[in-house]
Design a protein around this ligand. Sequence first.
Ligand code: FCB
Length: 449
Amino acid sequence: MTATEEPLSPLPSFPPGFLWGVSTSAHQIEGAADRRAPSIWDAFSAEPGRIRDGSTADTACDHVARHREDVALVRDLGVDAYRFSVSWPRVLTTGGLDFYDRLVDELCAQGVLPVPTLFHWDLPVEVQERGGWLERDTAARFADHAATVVARIGDRVTRWITLNEPAEHTLLGHALGEHAPGHKLLFDALPVAHHQLLGHGLAARALRAAGAREIGIANSHGPTWPASTEQADVEAADLYDIILNRLFSDPLILGRYPDGFGELMPGDDLAADLKVISEDTLDWYGINFYQPTKVGAPGTADVEFSGLTLPAELPFSVREIEGHPKTDFDWPVVPEALTELLTGFRDRYGDRLPPLVVTENGCAYEGVDDRERIAYLDGHLRALHRALEQGVDVRGYFVWSLLDNWEWAEGYTKRFGLVHVDYTTQVRTPKASYGWLRDALRAQRASRA
Ligand code: FCB
């Protein structure tokens, strides 16, 4: 949007009880690195050349020290819920859970629903040293972590997320080596997918045993568009679509892997594992959506794409989507792809599909007068509303992110926040988009009063 355009018209009304929230993750905001065990992201960011600006998340947004101020920003925004993650490495240190105890207390005191994610990519180094998610035992250890956390904060937390984006953690962290732990295993990374899913199932059991009733997962999804109608492009896009949009959700929702993938998974008894993964483990399904992907037949050379190097030996290649605005990450802004994604989930899974929640959606732009972010959020909320009109059961929407933060391999170079963070002074400045969302939520409430 340019400054000369008309102000946006009010958003359509969302159903009563629709859950509005903002998301963050532990490693990206907390800081206080000296008060947690080392994670794979500490190790990864210590390796030269891994992080675009050479930074670490040792301080990040200093959120551990400033969490009261940050919770006040959430409250004043007027959202219902705050999605954060619990750092497993912090939980491993004596007193580490005290922080989450205080954070949950503060959220409850301010009338904000706490929505913790139990794993958002920051595996403890000591677990990685035993093989990490390539090892089956990590699933059991993750369930122990879930049991420890629910025992401490489960009296005040009703809504849980087990894993964040197991798809990206498998692809970027273990197949392509662009994220921690930096493995380039290509298809040999598939055990990481299976063990995370098993970890989800075992963690869900631990949460259920402690009385949890609202268990979800947050995975990344997006429509896949073939680069052309040529058979080679369509086949490559189909394979990419299975990996991104079905490899995790089919076992969770249908209790089976897409054709051809079950045989590639580790373990002695796949049927038993699939029961653990799918039986009573989901009350709702979280979708993180950023962009659609255009995919074609493999090329002959490596491709550079949004900061990633996609090797030529992959059985597909990712192509540029033209004709849409781009964010600072070079991700195309295509709100209608969110409608397509949500209706596509409903069409694929029908009655088996649990209620959906958009657990992340947002964009990277510089500046506090962030009109582009307003246009992005406005467009995506209208696209979500169109899915509601078409009968898709979507129960909530969380913006990524409350604060500018440490964006993984991009370091501090990409700003996703509704609130600007000055990383030198730690001063928080709400951006124009923060005010826009606050006013939009007020108008939603007023339209129902
Ligand atoms: C998602 C991650 C989140 C953040 C956004 C931009 O893939 O879950 O931590 O990095 O992308």
